[in-house]
Design a protein around this ligand. Sequence first.
Ligand code: CTP
Length: 243
Amino acid sequence: MACGEFGLGRMAEPIEILAAIREKLSTGPLAGKHVLVTSGSTQEPLDPVRYISNYSSGKQGGAIAKALVSQGAKVTFISGPSSAEIPKGVLAIRIRTADEMLEAVKKSLPADIAIMAAAVSDWKPINISERKVKKNDSYLSELRYDQNVDILKYVSTLALGRPGLVVGFAAETENLLENGSEKLSNKGCDWILANDVSPNMEVFGGEENTITFISRNNSSNWPRMTKELVAQKLVNLIIEELC
Ligand code: CTP
C-alpha cells in the first residue's frame, strides 16, 4: 500500500482520484482555492410519494460551478434534485433534504469561498407519514412543520473556519434591494445576489437572470443576462476580491 504496509487496502473512489488529479493539474487565478457551491432545490417528504419543494432548476448554481472550475478552482458541488447536468470537473454530492444539504456542507468544510445558490425549503414536515396518505385522511390539515436550519447563516457565522468569502442569493418577488440587504445583514454573508423570481421573470427554470448585487457598502443592478454570464461576472468579482 502507499503507506508501505502490506495487506488488504481500499482504493480511493475513482471520482476522488479524478478530482485530486484535476486539482494538481489545474491552473488559473483560482487554482488552489476550494469553493463550496450549493445548488438546486431541496425536497421535504410528506409521505413515501409526496414532498414540498420549489421550482429551482439548479441552472444558476451549475453555471457558477462551471465558471469556477474554468478558473482553476476545486469545487465541491452540493446539489438537491435538479434537471441540470452536473458540471464537469466538480466533486458532486447529491442530496435531497435541507438536513442532508447541511450535513454535506459541514463535511465539505473547510473552504476558501462558499456560494449558496440553492433554493432551500424553509420548512419540513415533522409528522412524515410512513404510508401513502389517502385523499380522505385528515393528515394534511394536521400537518406540523419545523423550520430548516439556515445553511447560509450557519456558514457565515462560523466562529472557526468561516470561508473568507461567503455569497448568498435572495429569491424575491418585490423590494429586491431592501429584502436582499436585510438578508445580507441577518445572515452575515459578504455578498448577496438578489434575483426577481416572479413567474413573469421566468428565472426558475429559465436561461436568464436579472441580478441586484449587494455587498456591505455597495449595490448595483446588473442588466438581464444569461445565467452563464451572471456566473462569469460573479467569478470575475471573486477573482478581483481575492486574488
Ligand atoms: N438558505 C440556506 N438555508 C436555508 C434557507 C436559505 O442556505 N434554510 C440560503 C439560500 O441558499 C440563499 C439565501 O439563503 O443563498 C436566501 O434564500 P431565500 O430563499 O431567498 O431566503 P430565505 O432565507 O429562505 O428567506 P425568505 O423565504 O423569508 O425570503
